[in-house]
Design a protein around this ligand. Structure first.
Ligand SMILES: [Ca+2]
Length: 246
């Protein structure tokens, strides 16, 4: 709904003078009523909220406001106005839906990159020229990295080597939870089946060769390291220096 128009007119009289109507001095019409617009403030029924998304996925900011329609929305990234379908390499999309006394706007950013971790604002302006300013931050979270190393890197049959895993969280502000990986040892190596708590999660070894970590947590900029002892089951073996993780 638009603003409500409210009008008022008084009558003036005096002894010997016929009653006459008051006048709005801002209009050319004589002796007309004085009107004003009654505007509701712009309030957020769904407030803009901070978002955290994995690198390369889509970030979506949404707000719904109660206001005199129609409402216009201006989105900015760190103070720079965003244009739907153009800004951020064309990956920024802005949608606006105006209803009766309510309006919703959405900013979505597809295929997020690290530089899009920033402060985003949206200004909602009603048909009464009243504005609500909101601000929120976007955090873009990078995946953990996993490195592993054998020490020593060459062992005789029935010799042992220590296999060390190091998981690194490259994010300076975002902790990672639910971190897991699986690693199958190459033929010729065995490791005793076991289950232990590691990195805040559970390390499980099954089939004497499948090493699985689940449910771990790594603090921002943190690393976590654990080791298992592997045994060579074939003649002198040169151990792989890296392997693919899944
Ligand atoms: Ca007038």
């Amino acid at each position: 709904m638009g603003p409500t128009q409210v009008c008022n007119q008084g009558q003036v009289s005096a002894t010997g003078i016929p009653a006459f109507n008051t006048d709005d001095p801002d209009t050319v019409t004589a002796n007309d009523s004085t009107c004003t617009q009654v505007c509701v403030p712009v309030t957020a029924t769904t407030a803009l909220s901070n978002q955290s998304v994995a690198l390369g996925t889509t970030a979506t900011f949404t707000t719904t406001v109660s206001a005199n329609a129609p409402v216009t929305f201006v989105w900015k990234k760190n103070g720079v106005t965003l244009t739907s379908g153009v800004s951020l390499g064309g990956r920024a999309t802005i949608n606006i839906t105006n209803g009766s006394g309510t309006a919703t706007s959405t900013l979505s950013i597809s295929n997020t990159i690290l530089s899009e971790a920033d402060t985003y604002t949206v200004d909602a302006t009603s048909s009464c020229n009243k504005t609500l300013n909101q601000s929120a931050t976007l955090t873009v979270v990078q995946p953990p990295t996993v490195a592993k190393a054998f020490n020593p890197t060459s062992i005789p049959v029935n010799g042992t080597s220590t296999l060390t895993f190091t998981i690194t969280n490259p994010n300076s502000t975002a902790g990672l939870t639910g971190v897991g990986f699986a690693d199958t040892l190459p033929a010729g190596l065995t490791v005793p089946n076991s289950s232990t708590s590691q990195c805040g999660g559970t390390l499980t070894i099954t089939g004497n060769n499948l090493i699985t970590l689940a449910g771990s947590s790594i603090a921002a900029s943190g690393t976590c390291t654990f080791s298992v002892t592997v045994t060579g089951t074939t003649a002198v073996l040169t151990l792989p220096t890296s392997a693919n993780e899944t």
